[in-house]
Design a binder for this molecule. Structure first.
Ligand code: GLP
Length: 234
C-alpha cells in the first residue's frame, strides 16, 4: 500500500487523476467507480480534464435496493449528475436496484465484471472500514451480493436523505473478491471521521472485521488521505 498525504481534496483529486491517466496510458479499458462524497473532487477534476471515456466501460460498486435511476438518492442518479452527463462512457453499468429478481441481477453483474475486468478502481471507505457496501464480517471471497446495511452505515448515509427512515436497508454490492481483482485501486479518505478506519486498514491486522484491510494484500493500492484521515497513523 502506498499512502499519500495531501492538504486538500483538490490536491487528492489531482493525484488520483495522475494515476488514472497513467493507467489509461497503459491501456486501461474498464474503470470501477464509486459514489459518496469522497470522490466528488475527483469527478470534478475529470470533468475539467480533456479525458474522453467514449471508448471505455465503467462499472460501479453498488446500488441501494429499491431505488432506480430516477430517484435522486440512487447511485445511478449520482453518477449521471456528477460524471456521466459530462463524460459519457461507451457503456456504464450499475447494479439495478429495481430488479425484480435480485438473484438474476447478481448473476448478471458478476458476468459483467468477468467480461470487463476492472483496470482502475476508485474507492472510498466507510467509517466502519467497509468498501463498496461490503460490511464488517463479509467473507473476503464474496462476489456480487445482497447486503443488509449495518446500523452505522445507515446512520452515516442518512445525511443524504430527508430522514433516516428513508435510507434503504439493503443494497447490491460488488464483492470483495471482485474489488481485489482490479488491476489498480485508488482509495481516498478525507476527514477525522475516517481516521480510525484508515489506521485499521493500513496498520491493523488483515481481518473481516475491517473489510478494507484486505487491500494490504493487493500489489497496486494507492491510499490518498488528508491530515485528519491520517491522524491515527503511526
Ligand atoms: C457508502 C458507499 C461507499 C462509500 C462510503 C463512504 O457506503 N457505498 O462506496 O465509500 O459510503 O461515503 P463517503 O465518501 O460519503 O464518506
Amino acid at each position: 500500500m502506498k499512502v499519500i498525504k495531501v492538504k486538500s481534496q483538490h490536491e487528492g483529486a489531482q493525484i488520483a487523476l495522475t494515476y488514472l491517466k497513467d493507467s489509461l496510458k497503459s491501456g486501461a479499458k474498464t474503470l470501477g467507480l464509486a459514489t459518496g462524497s469522497t470522490p466528488l473532487a475527483f469527478y470534478q477534476a475529470i470533468r475539467q480534464s480533456d479525458l474522453d471515456f467514449k471508448g471505455l466501460i465503467s462499472i460501479n460498486l453498488d446500488e441501494y435496493v429499491g431505488l432506480g435511476a430516477k430517484d435522486s438518492q440512487s447511485y445511478a442518479y449520482f453518477m449521471q449528475e456528477h460524471l456521466f452527463q459530462y463524460k459519457p462512457f461507451g457503456a456504464s453499468y450499475l447494479p439495478d436496484g429495481l430488479a425484480q429478481e435480485l438473484s438474476s441481477e447478481i448473476v448478471r453483474y458478476d458476468k459483467l465484471i468477468d467480461d470487463y475486468p476492472i483496470d482502475f478502481q476508485i474507492l472510498g471507505i466507510g467509517q466502519n472500514g467497509h468498501i463498496g457496501f461490503n460490511e464488517p464480517k463479509t467473507d473476503f471471497n464474496t462476489k456480487t451480493h445482497l447486503v443488509d446495511l449495518s446500523e452505522s452505515t445507515i446512520k452515516a448515509n442518512s445525511r443524504f436523505f430527508d430522514s433516516i427512515d428513508q435510507v434503504p436497508k439493503q443494497a447490491l454490492s460488488m464483492g470483495i473478491a471482485s474489488i481485489m481483482k482490479s488491476k489498480r485501486i485508488v482509495l481516498m479518505a478525507y476527514g477525522a471521521q475516517k481516521a480510525q478506519a484508515i489506521s485499521s486498514m493500513v496498520e491493523g491486522p488483515v481481518t473481516v472485521d475491517v473489510p478494507a484491510s484486505i487491500l494490504q494484500t493487493h500489489d497496486d493500492v494507492i491510499v490518498i488521505v488528508d491530515d485528519d484521515a491520517a491522524s491515527l497513523l503511526n
